[in-house]
Design a protein around this ligand. Structure first.
Ligand SMILES: [Zn+2]
Length: 280
Protein backbone atom coordinates (compact mmCIF):
# COMPACT_ATOMS: atom_id res chain seq x y z
CA UNK A 1 0.00 0.00 0.00
CA UNK A 2 1.27 3.31 -1.06
CA UNK A 3 1.68 5.53 1.68
CA UNK A 4 2.10 5.41 5.41
CA UNK A 5 0.55 8.84 5.88
CA UNK A 6 -2.55 7.81 3.94
CA UNK A 7 -3.08 4.72 6.08
CA UNK A 8 -2.43 6.41 9.38
CA UNK A 9 -4.26 9.67 8.84
CA UNK A 10 -6.81 9.62 6.05
CA UNK A 11 -10.44 9.25 7.03
CA UNK A 12 -12.82 7.04 5.04
CA UNK A 13 -13.80 8.16 1.53
CA UNK A 14 -11.16 10.85 1.39
CA UNK A 15 -9.38 10.52 -1.94
CA UNK A 16 -5.59 10.34 -2.10
CA UNK A 17 -3.65 10.75 -5.33
CA UNK A 18 -0.47 8.81 -6.00
CA UNK A 19 2.12 9.58 -8.66
CA UNK A 20 2.06 5.99 -9.96
CA UNK A 21 1.55 6.25 -13.66
CA UNK A 22 -0.79 3.61 -14.99
CA UNK A 23 -1.29 4.66 -18.62
CA UNK A 24 -0.64 1.10 -19.81
CA UNK A 25 -2.38 -0.72 -16.99
CA UNK A 26 1.06 -1.62 -15.78
CA UNK A 27 0.45 -1.31 -12.03
CA UNK A 28 0.16 -4.72 -10.43
CA UNK A 29 -1.41 -5.25 -7.04
CA UNK A 30 1.28 -7.60 -5.76
CA UNK A 31 3.96 -5.01 -6.62
CA UNK A 32 2.40 -2.26 -4.50
CA UNK A 33 4.52 -1.10 -1.56
CA UNK A 34 3.76 -2.33 1.95
CA UNK A 35 5.05 0.34 4.31
CA UNK A 36 5.18 -0.21 8.04
CA UNK A 37 2.86 2.10 9.97
CA UNK A 38 2.87 3.54 13.47
CA UNK A 39 -0.44 3.48 15.26
CA UNK A 40 -1.93 2.77 18.62
CA UNK A 41 -2.04 -0.92 19.59
CA UNK A 42 -5.01 -1.73 21.80
CA UNK A 43 -3.27 -4.85 23.12
CA UNK A 44 0.01 -3.09 24.03
CA UNK A 45 -1.92 0.06 25.01
CA UNK A 46 0.76 2.17 23.31
CA UNK A 47 2.01 3.39 19.91
CA UNK A 48 3.58 0.53 17.99
CA UNK A 49 4.88 -0.40 14.56
CA UNK A 50 2.55 -2.54 12.44
CA UNK A 51 3.48 -4.61 9.38
CA UNK A 52 1.31 -6.08 6.61
CA UNK A 53 0.94 -9.83 6.86
CA UNK A 54 -1.03 -10.65 3.71
CA UNK A 55 -0.51 -10.41 -0.04
CA UNK A 56 -2.73 -8.23 -2.18
CA UNK A 57 -4.44 -10.88 -4.27
CA UNK A 58 -4.74 -10.61 -8.00
CA UNK A 59 -6.38 -12.75 -10.60
CA UNK A 60 -3.95 -13.85 -13.31
CA UNK A 61 -3.74 -11.66 -16.39
CA UNK A 62 -6.11 -8.98 -15.17
CA UNK A 63 -4.08 -5.86 -14.62
CA UNK A 64 -6.80 -3.23 -14.88
CA UNK A 65 -6.63 -1.51 -11.53
CA UNK A 66 -9.88 0.43 -11.86
CA UNK A 67 -12.18 -0.45 -8.99
CA UNK A 68 -9.82 -3.03 -7.47
CA UNK A 69 -10.14 -3.52 -3.74
CA UNK A 70 -7.14 -4.23 -1.54
CA UNK A 71 -7.40 -5.74 1.88
CA UNK A 72 -4.35 -5.07 4.07
CA UNK A 73 -4.10 -6.73 7.42
CA UNK A 74 -1.51 -5.15 9.70
CA UNK A 75 -0.15 -6.86 12.81
CA UNK A 76 1.60 -5.20 15.74
CA UNK A 77 5.32 -5.99 15.63
CA UNK A 78 5.59 -5.92 19.40
CA UNK A 79 2.81 -8.22 20.65
CA UNK A 80 1.97 -9.94 17.33
CA UNK A 81 -1.68 -9.75 18.42
CA UNK A 82 -2.86 -6.19 17.86
CA UNK A 83 -4.57 -5.81 14.47
CA UNK A 84 -5.29 -3.02 12.04
CA UNK A 85 -7.32 -3.77 8.95
CA UNK A 86 -7.72 -1.51 5.93
CA UNK A 87 -9.93 -1.93 2.88
CA UNK A 88 -8.82 0.35 0.09
CA UNK A 89 -10.38 0.97 -3.31
CA UNK A 90 -8.08 1.87 -6.21
CA UNK A 91 -9.12 3.79 -9.28
CA UNK A 92 -7.60 5.55 -12.25
CA UNK A 93 -7.24 9.30 -12.41
CA UNK A 94 -6.75 11.05 -15.74
CA UNK A 95 -4.57 14.14 -15.90
CA UNK A 96 -4.36 16.28 -18.99
CA UNK A 97 -1.32 18.31 -19.96
CA UNK A 98 -0.11 19.94 -23.16
CA UNK A 99 2.96 18.61 -24.95
CA UNK A 100 5.72 20.70 -26.57
CA UNK A 101 3.66 21.10 -29.78
CA UNK A 102 0.67 22.38 -27.85
CA UNK A 103 -1.32 19.18 -28.27
CA UNK A 104 -3.29 17.70 -25.41
CA UNK A 105 -1.89 14.56 -23.75
CA UNK A 106 -3.58 12.40 -21.18
CA UNK A 107 -1.81 10.46 -18.47
CA UNK A 108 -3.40 7.95 -16.16
CA UNK A 109 -2.39 7.78 -12.51
CA UNK A 110 -3.66 5.74 -9.61
CA UNK A 111 -5.76 7.23 -6.81
CA UNK A 112 -7.27 5.51 -3.82
CA UNK A 113 -9.64 5.83 -0.93
CA UNK A 114 -10.26 3.84 2.21
CA UNK A 115 -13.67 2.22 2.19
CA UNK A 116 -13.20 0.38 5.46
CA UNK A 117 -10.98 0.46 8.51
CA UNK A 118 -10.85 -1.53 11.72
CA UNK A 119 -10.57 -0.42 14.49
CA UNK A 120 -12.40 2.64 13.25
CA UNK A 121 -10.48 5.80 12.40
CA UNK A 122 -8.95 7.04 15.57
CA UNK A 123 -10.80 9.78 17.33
CA UNK A 124 -8.84 9.14 20.49
CA UNK A 125 -7.14 12.27 21.71
CA UNK A 126 -3.59 12.79 22.64
CA UNK A 127 -3.62 13.04 26.45
CA UNK A 128 -1.40 16.17 26.59
CA UNK A 129 -3.72 17.87 24.16
CA UNK A 130 -6.77 16.83 26.15
CA UNK A 131 -5.20 18.38 29.25
CA UNK A 132 -4.55 21.70 27.55
CA UNK A 133 -7.84 21.80 25.67
CA UNK A 134 -9.74 20.92 28.84
CA UNK A 135 -13.36 21.89 28.33
CA UNK A 136 -12.75 22.41 24.61
CA UNK A 137 -11.77 18.81 24.00
CA UNK A 138 -15.39 18.01 23.16
CA UNK A 139 -15.18 20.26 20.11
CA UNK A 140 -11.93 18.59 19.16
CA UNK A 141 -13.56 15.16 19.19
CA UNK A 142 -16.46 16.50 17.13
CA UNK A 143 -13.96 17.97 14.67
CA UNK A 144 -12.27 14.59 14.34
CA UNK A 145 -15.62 12.88 13.85
CA UNK A 146 -16.44 15.30 11.01
CA UNK A 147 -13.03 14.61 9.53
CA UNK A 148 -13.61 10.86 9.71
CA UNK A 149 -16.74 11.33 7.57
CA UNK A 150 -15.03 13.81 5.22
CA UNK A 151 -17.33 16.63 6.40
CA UNK A 152 -14.69 19.30 5.81
CA UNK A 153 -16.92 22.30 6.50
CA UNK A 154 -17.85 20.91 9.91
CA UNK A 155 -14.28 19.96 10.77
CA UNK A 156 -13.03 23.41 9.78
CA UNK A 157 -15.65 25.12 11.91
CA UNK A 158 -14.85 23.04 15.01
CA UNK A 159 -11.07 23.45 14.77
CA UNK A 160 -11.46 27.15 14.10
CA UNK A 161 -13.66 27.49 17.14
CA UNK A 162 -11.08 25.75 19.34
CA UNK A 163 -8.37 28.05 18.01
CA UNK A 164 -10.50 31.06 18.92
CA UNK A 165 -11.10 29.65 22.40
CA UNK A 166 -7.50 28.83 23.25
CA UNK A 167 -5.59 31.45 21.29
CA UNK A 168 -5.02 33.78 24.27
CA UNK A 169 -3.71 30.98 26.44
CA UNK A 170 -1.54 29.68 23.63
CA UNK A 171 -0.03 33.08 22.86
CA UNK A 172 0.60 33.67 26.56
CA UNK A 173 2.31 30.35 27.04
CA UNK A 174 4.57 30.97 24.05
CA UNK A 175 5.98 33.96 25.95
CA UNK A 176 7.70 31.61 28.41
CA UNK A 177 9.70 30.13 25.57
CA UNK A 178 10.99 33.39 24.16
CA UNK A 179 14.74 33.63 24.76
CA UNK A 180 16.65 36.83 25.48
CA UNK A 181 15.54 40.01 27.26
CA UNK A 182 15.25 42.03 24.05
CA UNK A 183 12.99 39.51 22.38
CA UNK A 184 10.95 39.11 25.56
CA UNK A 185 10.37 42.87 25.67
CA UNK A 186 9.25 42.80 22.03
CA UNK A 187 6.86 39.95 22.78
CA UNK A 188 5.51 41.77 25.87
CA UNK A 189 4.66 44.80 23.72
CA UNK A 190 2.96 42.51 21.23
CA UNK A 191 0.93 40.88 24.01
CA UNK A 192 -0.54 44.28 24.85
CA UNK A 193 -1.63 44.69 21.23
CA UNK A 194 -3.10 41.18 21.28
CA UNK A 195 -5.36 42.24 24.15
CA UNK A 196 -6.71 45.14 22.11
CA UNK A 197 -8.39 42.92 19.56
CA UNK A 198 -10.98 40.17 19.71
CA UNK A 199 -10.21 38.87 16.24
CA UNK A 200 -8.16 35.69 16.29
CA UNK A 201 -6.41 36.34 12.97
CA UNK A 202 -5.29 39.78 14.18
CA UNK A 203 -3.95 38.33 17.43
CA UNK A 204 -1.91 35.78 15.53
CA UNK A 205 -0.77 38.43 13.07
CA UNK A 206 0.72 40.50 15.90
CA UNK A 207 2.89 37.70 17.31
CA UNK A 208 3.56 35.44 14.33
CA UNK A 209 6.92 36.98 13.47
CA UNK A 210 8.06 36.76 17.09
CA UNK A 211 7.61 33.01 17.34
CA UNK A 212 10.65 31.45 19.05
CA UNK A 213 12.85 29.19 16.93
CA UNK A 214 12.06 26.24 19.23
CA UNK A 215 8.48 26.38 17.89
CA UNK A 216 9.44 26.55 14.24
CA UNK A 217 10.01 23.43 12.27
CA UNK A 218 11.98 22.85 9.09
CA UNK A 219 11.67 26.49 8.13
CA UNK A 220 7.92 26.54 8.65
CA UNK A 221 6.43 29.08 11.00
CA UNK A 222 3.31 27.32 12.31
CA UNK A 223 1.68 30.57 13.41
CA UNK A 224 1.95 31.94 9.87
CA UNK A 225 0.44 28.77 8.47
CA UNK A 226 -2.34 28.90 11.07
CA UNK A 227 -2.99 32.52 10.18
CA UNK A 228 -3.42 31.77 6.49
CA UNK A 229 -5.58 28.68 7.12
CA UNK A 230 -7.91 30.72 9.33
CA UNK A 231 -8.00 33.60 6.87
CA UNK A 232 -9.03 31.23 4.09
CA UNK A 233 -12.43 30.99 5.81
CA UNK A 234 -15.44 28.83 5.02
CA UNK A 235 -17.15 31.09 2.57
CA UNK A 236 -18.07 29.47 -0.72
CA UNK A 237 -15.74 26.52 -0.13
CA UNK A 238 -16.47 22.87 -0.76
CA UNK A 239 -16.15 20.13 1.87
CA UNK A 240 -12.97 19.00 0.16
CA UNK A 241 -11.37 22.46 0.22
CA UNK A 242 -12.35 23.02 3.84
CA UNK A 243 -10.95 19.62 4.77
CA UNK A 244 -7.47 20.62 3.64
CA UNK A 245 -7.56 23.78 5.77
CA UNK A 246 -9.11 21.90 8.69
CA UNK A 247 -6.25 19.38 8.64
CA UNK A 248 -3.72 22.21 8.62
CA UNK A 249 -5.40 23.93 11.57
CA UNK A 250 -5.65 20.69 13.55
CA UNK A 251 -2.07 19.61 12.98
CA UNK A 252 -0.72 23.06 13.87
CA UNK A 253 -2.77 23.19 17.06
CA UNK A 254 -1.50 19.76 18.06
CA UNK A 255 2.07 20.70 17.22
CA UNK A 256 2.00 24.02 19.08
CA UNK A 257 0.28 22.64 22.16
CA UNK A 258 2.59 19.63 22.40
CA UNK A 259 5.72 21.58 21.61
CA UNK A 260 4.97 24.35 24.12
CA UNK A 261 4.28 21.79 26.82
CA UNK A 262 7.30 19.67 25.95
CA UNK A 263 9.71 22.61 25.89
CA UNK A 264 8.35 23.91 29.20
CA UNK A 265 8.67 20.45 30.71
CA UNK A 266 12.27 20.11 29.46
CA UNK A 267 13.16 23.53 30.82
CA UNK A 268 11.68 22.59 34.19
CA UNK A 269 13.62 19.30 34.27
CA UNK A 270 16.81 21.06 33.22
CA UNK A 271 16.48 23.75 35.88
CA UNK A 272 15.68 21.31 38.67
CA UNK A 273 18.58 19.07 37.49
CA UNK A 274 20.98 22.00 37.62
CA UNK A 275 19.66 23.03 41.03
CA UNK A 276 20.23 19.52 42.33
CA UNK A 277 23.78 19.51 41.00
CA UNK A 278 24.53 22.92 42.50
CA UNK A 279 23.18 21.98 45.92
CA UNK A 280 25.59 19.04 46.17
ZN1 LIG B 1 0.79 -4.64 20.25
Amino acid sequence: MPNKFFLENYPLYSKANTDWMNSFNNIKLNKLPKPAIHMHCDVCASEQTFNVENDYEESEGNYNIEGKIIRAKYICSSCAKGERLFIVRLFNRIEKTTDSKGGEVEYTYVSMEKIGQYPSWNIQMDSELEKMLGKHSDYYKKGLTCESQSYGIGAYAYFRRITEDIIDELINSIFDLVEGEEKKEEYRTALKKVKETKITEKKIDVVKDLLPVSLQTEGINPLKALHSALSAGLHGKTDEECMEQAEIIRSILVFLVNQTMKTKEEKKKFTSGIKKLLSK
